[in-house]
Design a protein around this ligand. Structure first.
Ligand code: NAD
Length: 257
């Protein structure tokens, strides 16, 4: 990775933190982001462990100006952002007729629009150095729907579409853009969902994992954070220089059906 600088949104928890650790292990400079109350300590711990340079910004994905500011301050320290991983995301589960408008707006803003704002902010720097890697953490729900997830499915399908457009526009400038579409990963986002799914499906929580969560995966096991992080490393590598505009499932065979 040759001391590349990587900005990963939502990297103080779950999948994003796993991706940050994988790039840190390769010696990259990491720009951490997330809303966890102890985010600064989480970031500093990873930086200490792997002896890397880092920054931490609790920039809110709902505030485009904060995102631009995070990019600007990162550029001032590191000169460029080589790799952008748009990972921050939230979930909310409810039937359409009960779905709160505020939840819809927040999911679209956090899971989709933030990727546009950040891509736009890093673009001139990537273009100028004729190298850039943009990785969007979409979801199997970027390719398929499930009931009660209208906003999430809309946002994740949207980010797959945005990925394709960025791939076309980035091609002349050495910028690739790909989406990763994981099945279910055991993170706080899914732990909360087990509770919510139990309510909407009227099932006890212990039955939700088998009957709802892993129902669509052929492999009845959660996708590991490490496997997603390893895929990110590959997409960021020189070997992946012509791999662009894809939506790559890592979903226990969900998309094979
Ligand atoms: P998580 O809850 O563990 O982490 C989400 C991160 O996003 C946290 O650091 C949180 O602080 C941050 N975040 C949330 N709202 C934010 C905001 N407004 N501003 C800034 N940061 C914000 O969840 P996760 O499971 O690691 O999810 C990461 C990504 O992976 C999400 O985009 C999610 O949709 C996607 N994904 C998750 C799964 C899964 O099963 N866990 C499956 C497919 C895709």
């Amino acid at each position: 990775m040759n001391k590349k600088t990587v900005l990963i949104t939502g990297s103080t928890s779950g999948i994003g933190l796993g991706i940050a650790k994988a790039f840190a292990e390769k010696g990259c400079n990491i720009i951490f982001n997330g809303l966890e109350h102890n985010g600064a300590e989480i970031a500093a711990d990873v930086a200490d462990k792997f002896s890397i340079q880092h920054l931490f910004f609790p920039a809110n994905m709902l505030e485009p100006a904060s995102l631009r500011d995070m990019v600007q301050q990162s550029i001032e320290k590191f000169g460029v952002i080589d790799i952008l991983v748009n990972n921050a995301g939230i979930q909310y589960v409810a039937p359409i007729e009960d779905f709160p408008e505020e939840k819809w707006n927040n999911i679209i803003a956090i899971n989709l629009s933030s990727a546009f704002h950040l891509t736009k902010a890093v673009w001139p720097y990537m273009k100028n150095q004729k190298f850039g890697r943009i990785i969007n953490i979409a979801s199997a729900h970027g390719l398929f729907a499930s009931e009660y997830k209208s906003a999430y499915v809309a946002a994740k399908h949207g980010i797959v579409g945005f990925t394709k457009t960025a791939a076309l526009e980035g091609a002349p400038f050495g910028i690739t853009c790909n989406a990763i579409c994981p099945g279910y990963v055991k993170t706080p986002l899914v732990q909360n969902q087990i509770r919510d799914q139990a309510i909407v499906h009227g099932l006890p929580e212990n039955e939700v994992i088998e009957k709802v969560i892993l129902k669509k995966q052929a492999i009845k096991d959660f996708v590991s954070i490490e496997s997603i992080a390893a895929l990110c490393l590959f997409l960021a590598s020189d070997d992946a220089s012509t791999l662009t505009g894809t939506a790559l499932p890592i979903d226990g065979g969900w998309s094979a059906q």
